[in-house]
Design a protein around this ligand. Structure first.
Ligand SMILES: *Cc1c(COP(=O)(O)O)cnc(C)c1O
Length: 372
């Protein structure tokens, strides 16, 4: 006989760690009474929001009393055009996290497991445990590997068994910034069993400059178990609006859409995203600025003796050479918010979002002050 609410809630809930977001600027203002704060903690676009999205926001017709278009017709049409896929391959999400959650609800559950890498995105274990599935965390490559702390694809393949419903992976990965080559990813997809779903999270793909993005359309037709996720929270600068999507085979999209809440994406987000998707000028500027500043930030950190992980994202993750939490706290007192990574099994690392040049300079000066 179940007696308590704790017993009533399933075992996965009790293995679940609540997601800790980057510290909001307003919190730090309140706590320390600081005026000038820079936040380089959540990989937001330092150039702000795509101008086309802001213009669309200004001319939104104001029909907030109406339900959104639950089928997302206009947005799906644009996404289909952009990628050259069919609208039946698209699932719209309230952020791409929503797609991760839908995937877990469809393909995971008690008795199932998900395979993820060590130092992968924190949301993967959360969505898996939320449906009472097991999480199999595969050790990352070691610090001396060609891709230090990157995903060990052979190790991940070896961890898959007949109960593995989903493999979650991001390339470029958060919080390491490491990436997987197109060849390695393709070889991986060829070897994953057909009944195991692979989620390829491309939240940072626009920032990858070392190699062109993989031809996901070709992969989607070859691999019916593939789900590619994209977000408007990062390079499009629309994190507050919550919009992302998944691309997959029509069969998988059908399953995801069955469990999707009927009005999961709001009208304002879809209206703005429909405009932002065509703002190629902003995307180009964002990539160019990130590319220069990422290299500069990494080399300035290296010059100070901090080991940086290779990054193809819009952040740099570096080793403080000691426990990073006190450095994080000291930076906060200087009005600089970065991300401490103890929760990701990286107690000596900090992750700093690539900001505008003056933000990066201010971060480096604060770092000099607190570590000097
Ligand atoms: C930021 C991020 C996302 C995006 O989440 P949204 O829900 O779309 O805001 C997804 N995956 C990874 C790895 C991220 O870092």
């Amino acid at each position: 006989m179940v007696k308590t609410l704790s017993e009533q809630s399933h075992a996965g809930i009790h293995r679940l760690d609540t997601y800790v977001p980057g510290k909001p600027i307003a919190d730090l203002k309140r706590e320390l009474g600081l005026d000038s704060i820079i936040k380089l903690a959540s990989n937001e676009n330092p150039l702000g929001t795509a101008p086309a999205a802001l213009a669309a926001l200004a001319d939104f017709d104001g029909a907030l009393y109406r339900y959104p278009d639950g089928s997302g017709f206009e947005m799906k049409t644009r996404i289909a055009q952009r990628h050259g896929v069919d609208t039946t391959q698209i699932t719209l999400g309230n952020g791409s996290d929503d797609i991760l959650e839908l995937t877990a609800r469809v393909f995971l559950g008690p008795g199932k497991n998900t395979v993820v890498s060590q130092h992968a995105f924190a949301v993967y274990p959360i969505v898996a445990r939320a449906v009472n599935a097991d999480v199999r965390e595969v050790p990352a490559l070691d610090s001396s590997a060609d891709m230090p702390l990157g995903h060990d694809l052979d190790g991940m393949l070896a961890a898959i068994d007949e109960h593995t419903g989903v493999v979650f992976m991001a390339s470029p990965n958060n919080p390491t910034g490491t990436w997987l080559s197109n060849t390695a990813l393709e070889a991986f997809l060829e070897r994953v069993p057909a009944a195991t779903v692979v989620v390829l999270d491309q939240a940072y793909i626009e920032y990858q400059t070392v190699e062109a993005a993989p031809d996901i359309v070709a992969w989607l037709s070859r691999f019916p178990n593939l789900i590619v996720t994209r977000t408007f929270s990062k390079i499009y600068g629309m994190a507050a609006l919550r919009f992302g999507y998944g691309l997959s085979s029509p069969e998988v999209a059908d399953y995801l859409n069955r469990v999707r809440a009927p009005f999961n994406v709001n009208s304002v987000a879809m209206h703005c995203a429909a405009a932002a998707i065509g703002d190629t000028d902003f995307i180009k500027r964002s990539i160019a600025s990130n590319d220069i500043e990422r290299a500069s930030l990494s080399s300035q950190l290296q010059a100070r003796g901090f080991d940086c992980l290779p990054s193809q994202a819009n952040f740099v993750t570096f080793d403080c050479g000691r426990e990073s939490r006190p450095v994080f706290d000291a930076l906060l007192r200087e009005g600089v918010i970065v991300r401490a990574l103890a929760g990701y099994g990286m107690p000596q690392h900090l992750r700093v979002t690539v900001g505008q040049p003056e933000e990066n300079q201010r971060f480096l000066s604060a770092l000099d002050k607190v570590t000097g």
